[in-house]
Design a protein around this ligand. Sequence first.
Ligand SMILES: NC(=O)c1ccc[n+]([C@@H]2O[C@H](COP(=O)([O-])OP(=O)(O)OC[C@H]3O[C@@H](n4cnc5c(N)ncnc54)[C@H](OP(=O)(O)O)[C@@H]3O)[C@@H](O)[C@H]2O)c1
Length: 270
Amino acid sequence: MERYFKNKVVFITGSSKGIGKATALLLGSYGAKVCINGRNVESLEETYGELRQKGVDCLKLPGDVSDSRQCREMIDKIIHEYGRLDVLVNNAGIGSHGRFSDLTIEAWDRIVGINLMGPVYMSSYALPHLIRTKGSIVLISTLAAKMGIPGHMTYSVSKMGLTAMAQAMQIELKDAGLHTGIVYVGFTENEENKQILYPDGTYKKIPVRKQKKARREDVARAIAKVIYRKKKSITLSTVGKLQVIAIRFLPFMIKMILRKANRDYDTMYS
Ligand SMILES: NC(=O)c1ccc[n+]([C@@H]2O[C@H](COP(=O)([O-])OP(=O)(O)OC[C@H]3O[C@@H](n4cnc5c(N)ncnc54)[C@H](OP(=O)(O)O)[C@@H]3O)[C@@H](O)[C@H]2O)c1
Protein backbone atom coordinates (compact mmCIF):
# COMPACT_ATOMS: atom_id res chain seq x y z
CA MET A 1 0.00 0.00 0.00
CA GLU A 2 2.85 2.40 0.84
CA ARG A 3 4.31 2.03 -2.63
CA TYR A 4 0.89 2.73 -4.21
CA PHE A 5 0.69 6.19 -2.63
CA LYS A 6 4.29 7.27 -3.33
CA ASN A 7 4.24 10.55 -5.33
CA LYS A 8 0.45 10.42 -5.79
CA VAL A 9 -1.22 13.84 -5.47
CA VAL A 10 -3.91 13.52 -2.82
CA PHE A 11 -6.42 16.20 -1.78
CA ILE A 12 -8.19 15.72 1.55
CA THR A 13 -10.85 18.34 2.34
CA GLY A 14 -11.27 19.30 6.00
CA SER A 15 -7.80 18.06 6.92
CA SER A 16 -6.64 20.68 9.42
CA LYS A 17 -8.14 18.56 12.23
CA GLY A 18 -9.67 15.20 13.10
CA ILE A 19 -9.98 12.27 10.70
CA GLY A 20 -8.87 14.37 7.71
CA LYS A 21 -5.65 15.39 9.46
CA ALA A 22 -4.93 11.76 10.49
CA THR A 23 -5.45 10.74 6.83
CA ALA A 24 -3.12 13.51 5.62
CA LEU A 25 -0.41 12.38 8.07
CA LEU A 26 -0.80 8.72 7.05
CA LEU A 27 -0.76 9.27 3.28
CA GLY A 28 2.06 11.79 3.69
CA SER A 29 4.08 9.15 5.56
CA TYR A 30 3.57 6.87 2.50
CA GLY A 31 5.20 9.51 0.27
CA ALA A 32 2.06 11.11 -1.20
CA LYS A 33 2.02 14.82 -2.04
CA VAL A 34 -0.71 16.00 0.29
CA CYS A 35 -3.07 18.95 -0.29
CA ILE A 36 -4.79 20.02 2.92
CA ASN A 37 -7.81 22.24 3.51
CA GLY A 38 -9.86 23.92 6.23
CA ARG A 39 -11.43 27.32 6.86
CA ASN A 40 -9.47 28.31 9.95
CA VAL A 41 -6.11 29.55 8.72
CA GLU A 42 -4.26 29.04 12.04
CA SER A 43 -5.27 25.34 12.40
CA LEU A 44 -4.39 24.77 8.75
CA GLU A 45 -0.98 26.41 9.24
CA GLU A 46 -0.34 24.23 12.31
CA THR A 47 -1.12 21.02 10.41
CA TYR A 48 0.94 22.24 7.44
CA GLY A 49 3.88 22.78 9.82
CA GLU A 50 3.50 19.24 11.25
CA LEU A 51 3.47 17.69 7.79
CA ARG A 52 6.44 19.73 6.57
CA GLN A 53 8.40 18.79 9.69
CA LYS A 54 7.87 15.13 8.77
CA GLY A 55 9.25 15.87 5.30
CA VAL A 56 5.88 15.67 3.52
CA ASP A 57 5.50 17.59 0.23
CA CYS A 58 2.39 19.55 1.13
CA LEU A 59 0.10 22.30 -0.22
CA LYS A 60 -2.26 24.27 2.02
CA LEU A 61 -5.59 25.36 0.59
CA PRO A 62 -7.60 27.55 2.97
CA GLY A 63 -11.23 27.70 1.94
CA ASP A 64 -14.84 26.74 2.47
CA VAL A 65 -16.11 23.66 0.61
CA SER A 66 -19.65 25.03 0.62
CA ASP A 67 -18.53 27.85 -1.71
CA SER A 68 -18.36 26.57 -5.31
CA ARG A 69 -16.00 29.36 -6.45
CA GLN A 70 -13.51 28.55 -3.69
CA CYS A 71 -13.69 24.84 -4.60
CA ARG A 72 -12.80 25.62 -8.22
CA GLU A 73 -9.89 27.81 -7.10
CA MET A 74 -8.55 25.07 -4.80
CA ILE A 75 -8.57 22.48 -7.62
CA ASP A 76 -6.95 25.02 -9.99
CA LYS A 77 -4.17 25.67 -7.44
CA ILE A 78 -3.44 21.93 -7.12
CA ILE A 79 -3.14 21.55 -10.88
CA HIS A 80 -1.01 24.70 -11.10
CA GLU A 81 1.33 23.37 -8.36
CA TYR A 82 1.53 19.64 -9.17
CA GLY A 83 0.06 19.34 -12.68
CA ARG A 84 -2.15 16.40 -11.70
CA LEU A 85 -4.59 15.02 -9.12
CA ASP A 86 -4.82 11.31 -8.23
CA VAL A 87 -7.11 11.15 -5.20
CA LEU A 88 -9.86 13.38 -3.78
CA VAL A 89 -11.09 12.54 -0.27
CA ASN A 90 -14.28 14.50 0.45
CA ASN A 91 -13.91 14.52 4.21
CA ALA A 92 -14.92 18.05 5.31
CA GLY A 93 -18.18 17.70 7.18
CA ILE A 94 -20.04 18.88 10.20
CA GLY A 95 -22.33 17.17 12.72
CA SER A 96 -25.65 18.69 13.69
CA HIS A 97 -28.74 18.19 15.77
CA GLY A 98 -32.29 19.46 15.99
CA ARG A 99 -35.85 18.27 15.55
CA PHE A 100 -37.56 19.21 12.30
CA SER A 101 -39.86 21.63 14.16
CA ASP A 102 -36.85 23.50 15.62
CA LEU A 103 -34.55 23.53 12.58
CA THR A 104 -34.08 26.87 10.86
CA ILE A 105 -33.60 27.19 7.12
CA GLU A 106 -30.13 28.63 7.90
CA ALA A 107 -29.20 25.34 9.61
CA TRP A 108 -30.46 23.31 6.62
CA ASP A 109 -28.56 25.53 4.16
CA ARG A 110 -25.31 25.27 6.13
CA ILE A 111 -25.35 21.54 6.67
CA VAL A 112 -26.42 20.60 3.16
CA GLY A 113 -23.96 23.19 1.80
CA ILE A 114 -21.01 21.65 3.62
CA ASN A 115 -21.82 17.90 3.82
CA LEU A 116 -23.47 17.40 0.43
CA MET A 117 -22.79 20.34 -1.90
CA GLY A 118 -19.13 20.50 -0.78
CA PRO A 119 -18.41 17.00 -2.18
CA VAL A 120 -20.55 17.78 -5.25
CA TYR A 121 -18.61 21.00 -6.10
CA MET A 122 -15.21 19.53 -5.33
CA SER A 123 -15.79 16.27 -7.23
CA SER A 124 -17.24 18.14 -10.17
CA TYR A 125 -14.20 20.43 -10.58
CA ALA A 126 -11.76 17.59 -9.89
CA LEU A 127 -13.43 15.12 -12.27
CA PRO A 128 -11.54 15.83 -15.53
CA HIS A 129 -8.22 15.67 -13.69
CA LEU A 130 -9.15 12.44 -11.88
CA ILE A 131 -10.32 10.82 -15.13
CA ARG A 132 -6.94 11.69 -16.65
CA THR A 133 -5.11 9.87 -13.83
CA LYS A 134 -7.76 7.10 -13.50
CA GLY A 135 -7.86 8.18 -9.88
CA SER A 136 -10.20 7.93 -6.89
CA ILE A 137 -12.99 9.95 -5.33
CA VAL A 138 -13.75 9.01 -1.73
CA LEU A 139 -16.83 10.22 0.15
CA ILE A 140 -16.67 10.24 3.94
CA SER A 141 -20.08 9.35 5.34
CA THR A 142 -21.44 8.09 8.65
CA LEU A 143 -23.57 5.34 10.19
CA ALA A 144 -26.22 8.08 10.53
CA ALA A 145 -26.57 7.94 6.71
CA LYS A 146 -28.02 4.44 6.83
CA MET A 147 -31.25 5.63 8.50
CA GLY A 148 -32.92 8.92 9.34
CA ILE A 149 -31.93 9.57 12.96
CA PRO A 150 -34.57 11.50 14.96
CA GLY A 151 -33.03 14.67 16.34
CA HIS A 152 -30.21 14.50 13.77
CA MET A 153 -32.23 14.69 10.57
CA THR A 154 -30.09 17.33 8.86
CA TYR A 155 -26.96 15.22 9.32
CA SER A 156 -28.66 12.02 8.07
CA VAL A 157 -30.22 13.77 5.06
CA SER A 158 -27.00 15.47 3.99
CA LYS A 159 -24.91 12.31 4.28
CA MET A 160 -27.57 10.04 2.68
CA GLY A 161 -27.14 12.16 -0.44
CA LEU A 162 -23.54 10.94 -0.63
CA THR A 163 -24.78 7.32 -0.88
CA ALA A 164 -26.79 8.20 -3.99
CA MET A 165 -23.82 10.09 -5.40
CA ALA A 166 -21.45 7.14 -4.84
CA GLN A 167 -23.85 4.54 -6.26
CA ALA A 168 -24.55 6.52 -9.43
CA MET A 169 -20.93 7.57 -9.99
CA GLN A 170 -19.70 3.99 -9.58
CA ILE A 171 -21.77 3.02 -12.62
CA GLU A 172 -21.52 6.20 -14.69
CA LEU A 173 -17.74 6.54 -14.40
CA LYS A 174 -16.65 2.90 -14.38
CA ASP A 175 -15.75 2.91 -18.07
CA ALA A 176 -13.68 6.06 -17.58
CA GLY A 177 -11.58 4.08 -15.09
CA LEU A 178 -12.47 6.31 -12.15
CA HIS A 179 -12.90 4.72 -8.74
CA THR A 180 -15.56 6.05 -6.34
CA GLY A 181 -15.68 4.74 -2.79
CA ILE A 182 -17.81 5.60 0.24
CA VAL A 183 -16.75 5.11 3.87
CA TYR A 184 -19.43 4.86 6.59
CA VAL A 185 -17.54 5.99 9.69
CA GLY A 186 -18.70 5.05 13.21
CA PHE A 187 -18.22 6.96 16.47
CA THR A 188 -14.64 8.28 16.40
CA GLU A 189 -12.57 10.16 18.99
CA ASN A 190 -13.02 13.89 18.54
CA GLU A 191 -10.69 16.84 18.92
CA GLU A 192 -11.09 19.06 21.97
CA ASN A 193 -12.40 21.97 19.89
CA LYS A 194 -14.81 19.99 17.66
CA GLN A 195 -17.91 22.01 16.75
CA ILE A 196 -21.37 20.98 15.59
CA LEU A 197 -24.27 22.95 14.16
CA TYR A 198 -27.21 23.75 16.40
CA PRO A 199 -30.83 23.98 15.13
CA ASP A 200 -30.58 27.78 14.83
CA GLY A 201 -27.68 27.43 12.41
CA THR A 202 -24.93 28.49 14.86
CA TYR A 203 -21.77 26.49 15.68
CA LYS A 204 -21.11 25.24 19.23
CA LYS A 205 -18.22 23.24 20.69
CA ILE A 206 -18.95 19.72 21.97
CA PRO A 207 -17.08 18.05 24.85
CA VAL A 208 -14.57 15.25 24.12
CA ARG A 209 -16.56 12.01 23.81
CA LYS A 210 -16.42 9.51 26.64
CA GLN A 211 -18.21 6.64 24.85
CA LYS A 212 -16.34 3.76 23.20
CA LYS A 213 -14.97 5.13 19.95
CA ALA A 214 -12.57 4.41 17.13
CA ARG A 215 -9.12 5.97 16.89
CA ARG A 216 -8.70 8.56 14.12
CA GLU A 217 -5.58 6.76 12.91
CA ASP A 218 -7.57 3.52 12.40
CA VAL A 219 -10.21 5.38 10.38
CA ALA A 220 -7.41 6.92 8.28
CA ARG A 221 -5.99 3.44 7.59
CA ALA A 222 -9.44 2.24 6.48
CA ILE A 223 -9.70 5.22 4.09
CA ALA A 224 -6.27 4.39 2.64
CA LYS A 225 -7.36 0.77 2.09
CA VAL A 226 -10.53 1.85 0.27
CA ILE A 227 -8.38 3.86 -2.16
CA TYR A 228 -5.67 1.22 -2.58
CA ARG A 229 -8.10 -1.69 -3.05
CA LYS A 230 -10.57 0.46 -5.03
CA LYS A 231 -13.37 -0.64 -2.74
CA LYS A 232 -16.90 0.65 -3.44
CA SER A 233 -18.16 0.85 0.12
CA ILE A 234 -17.01 0.06 3.63
CA THR A 235 -18.81 0.27 6.98
CA LEU A 236 -16.55 0.74 10.00
CA SER A 237 -16.97 -0.39 13.64
CA THR A 238 -18.78 -3.34 15.19
CA VAL A 239 -21.90 -1.22 15.71
CA GLY A 240 -21.84 -0.33 12.01
CA LYS A 241 -21.57 -3.95 10.92
CA LEU A 242 -24.42 -5.00 13.27
CA GLN A 243 -26.47 -2.07 11.94
CA VAL A 244 -26.09 -3.35 8.36
CA ILE A 245 -27.37 -6.80 9.40
CA ALA A 246 -30.27 -5.34 11.43
CA ILE A 247 -31.40 -3.06 8.58
CA ARG A 248 -31.57 -6.07 6.27
CA PHE A 249 -32.96 -8.78 8.55
CA LEU A 250 -34.36 -7.11 11.69
CA PRO A 251 -36.24 -3.95 10.60
CA PHE A 252 -38.40 -4.01 13.76
CA MET A 253 -35.22 -3.66 15.83
CA ILE A 254 -34.17 -0.60 13.81
CA LYS A 255 -37.56 0.99 14.55
CA MET A 256 -37.02 0.36 18.28
CA ILE A 257 -33.54 1.89 18.13
CA LEU A 258 -34.83 4.98 16.31
CA ARG A 259 -37.65 5.43 18.87
CA LYS A 260 -35.08 5.20 21.66
CA ALA A 261 -32.89 7.77 19.86
CA ASN A 262 -35.95 10.04 19.76
CA ARG A 263 -36.50 9.68 23.54
CA ASP A 264 -32.77 10.09 24.31
CA TYR A 265 -32.67 13.32 22.29
CA ASP A 266 -34.81 15.11 24.88
CA THR A 267 -32.53 14.12 27.77
CA MET A 268 -29.40 15.07 25.79
CA TYR A 269 -30.43 18.41 24.36
CA SER A 270 -33.31 19.87 26.40
N1 LIG B 1 -15.90 11.97 14.35
C1 LIG B 1 -16.87 11.10 14.19
O1 LIG B 1 -17.31 10.43 15.15
C2 LIG B 1 -17.47 10.87 12.82
C3 LIG B 1 -18.40 9.83 12.67
C4 LIG B 1 -18.95 9.62 11.40
C5 LIG B 1 -18.58 10.41 10.33
N2 LIG B 1 -17.68 11.42 10.51
C6 LIG B 1 -17.35 12.25 9.34
O2 LIG B 1 -15.95 12.33 9.20
C7 LIG B 1 -15.59 13.61 8.68
C8 LIG B 1 -14.55 14.26 9.60
O3 LIG B 1 -15.09 14.36 10.89
P1 LIG B 1 -14.19 14.81 12.14
O4 LIG B 1 -14.85 14.28 13.36
O5 LIG B 1 -12.77 14.49 11.90
O6 LIG B 1 -14.44 16.38 12.10
P2 LIG B 1 -13.66 17.58 12.83
O7 LIG B 1 -12.69 17.08 13.85
O8 LIG B 1 -14.72 18.53 13.27
O9 LIG B 1 -12.82 18.23 11.63
C9 LIG B 1 -13.51 18.73 10.54
C10 LIG B 1 -12.51 19.27 9.54
O10 LIG B 1 -13.24 19.80 8.44
C11 LIG B 1 -12.97 21.19 8.31
N3 LIG B 1 -14.19 21.85 7.85
C12 LIG B 1 -15.38 21.94 8.44
N4 LIG B 1 -16.25 22.62 7.68
C13 LIG B 1 -15.57 22.97 6.56
C14 LIG B 1 -15.89 23.71 5.40
N5 LIG B 1 -17.11 24.26 5.24
N6 LIG B 1 -14.96 23.87 4.43
C15 LIG B 1 -13.71 23.35 4.60
N7 LIG B 1 -13.34 22.65 5.68
C16 LIG B 1 -14.26 22.48 6.66
C17 LIG B 1 -12.51 21.64 9.71
O11 LIG B 1 -11.69 22.80 9.68
P3 LIG B 1 -12.34 24.29 9.84
O12 LIG B 1 -13.36 24.20 10.92
O13 LIG B 1 -11.17 25.15 10.14
O14 LIG B 1 -12.95 24.59 8.52
C18 LIG B 1 -11.68 20.42 10.10
O15 LIG B 1 -10.43 20.44 9.49
C19 LIG B 1 -16.89 14.40 8.56
O16 LIG B 1 -17.37 14.34 7.23
C20 LIG B 1 -17.83 13.68 9.51
O17 LIG B 1 -19.17 13.83 9.13
C21 LIG B 1 -17.11 11.68 11.73
